[in-house]
Design a protein around this ligand. Structure first.
Ligand SMILES: N[C@@H](CCC(=O)N[C@@H](CS)C(=O)NCC(=O)O)C(=O)O
Length: 213
């Protein structure tokens, strides 16, 4: 298998954590995509992922799978022992719900803020982010507020339970970790008040899959 990604970036982190959790890192060849040079917006990359984002998984039969959730589902089910996406109907639904909240209220909201209300990754990529749109900065700032609400929400969740989706590590934890990395790059502070979220992060970085991602 091959993974097209950019090391050190938030969404690639999610899949690298998953690979570590599933003990699959040695089965994957990484191909580095230069986001700052907008390599992911060029025809060669768009042919493998029309949404122009990383990561992308390429299977040995030539199938390309994008979206961290889809890649995670594939990797989680490879051995017939899904540990990250749920086994029972209830587990699957709760993980799916929390994972979706982690995207919409945190990592994706930060991405919109970062790319539209800040200089983002620099002028080459910014040219692909509709600089001509009026109100773009305001739209970005609204998403920063949404992400700040997301930090508050996940802190409250973690006051009640050890992991984002309940009693076990799941893909939702990997997504929130990606969100916190993105918050750091986007200069969105995680208030010391969010002690449950910060303590959870400390615990997560003790997991080899996260520490080595
Ligand atoms: N929903 C996508 C999000 C992927 C994503 O936004 N990746 C970022 C890297 S962290 C990216 O490729 N950004 C490039 C851009 O926005 O132009 C997923 O789950 O894979």
């Amino acid at each position: 298998m091959k993974i097209y990604d950019t090391p050190g970036f938030p969404n690639p982190l999610r899949v690298r954590i998953v690979l570590g959790e599933k003990d699959l890192l040695s089965q994957v060849e990484f191909i580095k995509i230069d986001l700052i040079a907008a390599e992911h917006k060029q025809p060669a990359f768009l042919a493998i992922n029309p949404t122009g984002t990383v990561p992308v998984l390429e299977l040995d039969d030539g199938t390309y799978i994008s979206e961290c959730t889809a890649i995670t589902e594939y990797l989680d089910n490879l051995t017939g022992n899904p540990t990250l996406t749920g086994r029972t109907a209830r587990e699957k639904a709760v993980i799916h719900m929390m994972q979706k909240r982690a995207e919409s209220e945190l990592i994706d909201a930060i991405g919109i803020y970062f790319h539209h209300a800040t200089p983002g990754l620099g002028p080459i990529l910014q040219a692909h982010k509709h600089p001509e749109w009026e109100g773009r900065t305001q739209w970005g700032r609204m998403h920063r507020e949404q992400a700040e609400g997301g930090l508050h929400y996940f802190d409250r969740v973690l006051r009640e339970q050890p992991f984002i989706a309940g009693e076990a590590f799941s893909m939702a934890d990997a997504t929130v970790l990606g969100g916190l990395l993105f918050a750091h790059y986007a200069d969105i502070p995680v208030s010391a008040e969010y002690s449950a979220l910060l303590a959870w992060k400390e615990r997560m970085y003790q997991r080899p899959s996260v520490a080595n991602a």
